[in-house]
Design a protein around this ligand. Structure first.
Ligand SMILES: Cc1ncc(COP(=O)(O)O)c(C=O)c1O
Length: 433
């Protein structure tokens, strides 16, 4: 059996007859790119590890409520998709995405606001991929990009490997501070720098739960048009409004300004089915002017060729369910948010403030200066409660006295127990100051 790879006589094969040199450990760290070296994912890793502690109430994770996933309908939609499309459901598909899904999105993303066609819609493998590929098509090393502060840390994680310079724009209870934005843009212009884009989450922002007012949306469009800065509008939570009046998206407001022509808009609208159907389906989309979607196609070809065909077909089968499903989510998240707000108001010591979200999955706590929520986290976990530390949402540092709480997947009793434990932990920290 000389020279065969059969397991029985492997020890005698030609591959083991010569002494093997000891393999040196590769120089891993030296080999990695500066881009990936700059990514800091430790907060998320710590969070996931802590989520394993038995009996812990975890307000940190930010996951949709699993008991609200429409499991029967997903099973039905999977069978229907396979039945309807047969082998096409598992064949390679086009990079742009499944046409019936893009047609639906073209009609529904900015309903009535413009002449959006499927060519303006790019299907993505989760909203996270939208952020990565937007960064890939726009950012050269050293380019400036603007982010609101605090902002979604997953976006920063997507942008960092492309080596931009971040300029942070402060926010208040109504979202981005427009005077501050005007000042940042003016200062950068004086240095001859035009930011490539501003990244913003106008509805029920992750992490703060805040919403950008209509007046500020208009102002944001004025300023970015004036300075030639693209707008990346990230809106995964927009359908989850449970109080207050809906506000048109930046994309929609911009379409009104262009007379309905998406090819004259500088807004890229990103959204996802992760928070309305189920995140594991990994189906999302970007709506943008054709010169942008054409580049996104090229970027996506090199990333994953296309979003899984069967998943796109399943989502398409589920589209008629969306109104009922989003209503169910809105009601459930409203109940949880109301409860958490009431318990926070009852339990939290003086000097701790929180936002009051009108939708989405998060609210934001600001503790007195001097309390460090990162240092406090292990003490909170000892009391069986966890949160997401605030500082990881600051692209340029800061926010040590802040934290994000998610109410989307906690039961009401867990909220009682978790908030009481959190309040007790904070009292302990205040006593140390
Ligand atoms: C603001 C924001 N953008 C994008 C994403 C990524 O979503 P997806 O699950 O669609 O990749 C998230 C997820 O939490 C998010 O909060």
């Amino acid at each position: 059996m000389q020279g065969t790879l059969g397991t029985a006589d492997r020890s005698q094969s030609q591959f083991t007859t010569h002494p093997q040199p000891q393999a040196a450990v590769p120089a891993f760290e030296a080999a990695f790119s500066a881009g990936i070296g700059a990514v800091n994912g430790s907060a998320l890793r710590d969070m996931l590890r802590m989520a394993q502690v038995p009996g812990l109430v975890n307000f940190g994770g930010g996951l949709p409520a699993p008991e609200l996933f429409p499991m029967d309908r997903i099973a039905q939609a999977s069978a229907q998709a396979l039945d309807r499309y047969g082998w096409k459901a598992v064949q390679y598909g086009t990079t742009e995405g499944f046409l019936p899904l893009r047609e639906w999105l073209a009609e529904n993303t900015c309903p009535g606001a413009g002449r959006v066609t499927p060519e303006h819609i790019q299907i993505m493998t989760g909203g996270q991929q939208s952020l990565d590929l937007v960064a890939k098509i726009f950012i050269d090393p050293g380019d400036t990009i603007l982010v609101e502060t605090p902002t979604y840390m997953g976006a920063v994680q997507s942008f960092v490997p492309y080596r931009p310079n971040f300029a942070a724009v402060p926010t208040d209870e109504h979202g981005i501070d427009m005077d501050a934005l005007a000042e940042v843009l003016r200062d950068l212009a004086a240095q001859g720098r035009t930011p490539k884009f501003i990244y913003t989450i106008p509805n029920f922002q992750n992490p703060t739960g805040r919403t950008l007012s209509l007046e500020r949306r208009e102002k944001l469009l004025d300023l970015t048009s004036q300075y030639g800065v693209f707008v990346v509008e990230d809106d995964p939570y927009g359908q989850l409004r449970f109080s207050g009046d809906p506000i048109p998206s930046l994309a929609e407001l911009m379409l009104r300004r262009t007379g309905g022509d998406p090819d004259r808009s500088h807004v890229l609208y990103c959204s996802s089915f992760s928070k309305t159907l189920a995140p594991g389906l990994r189906d999302a989309w970007v709506m943008a002017a054709r010169p942008i979607t054409e580049k996104l196609v090229l970027a996506k070809q090199g990333a994953d060729m296309h979003t899984p065909t069967l998943n796109q077909m399943i989502v398409t089968e589920l589209l008629p369910l969306l109104p009922e499903q989003t209503e169910k989510l809105r009601q459930s998240y409203a109940t949880r948010a109301d409860h958490m707000l009431a318990v926070l108001d009852r339990e939290l010591p003086q000097g701790v403030t929180h936002t009051v979200p009108e939708g989405g999955m998060f609210l934001w706590l600001t503790l007195p200066t001097g309390v460090n929520t990162t240092a406090m986290l292990p003490r909170a976990v000892e009391r069986k409660v966890a949160y997401m530390i605030g500082e990881c949402f600051y692209a340029l540092g800061g926010g040590q006295n802040t934290m994000r709480l998610s109410f989307s997947s906690a039961g009401l009793e867990d909220i009682d127990r978790g908030v009481a434990a959190l309040a007790q932990t904070i009292r302990g920290e205040l006593a140390r100051l």
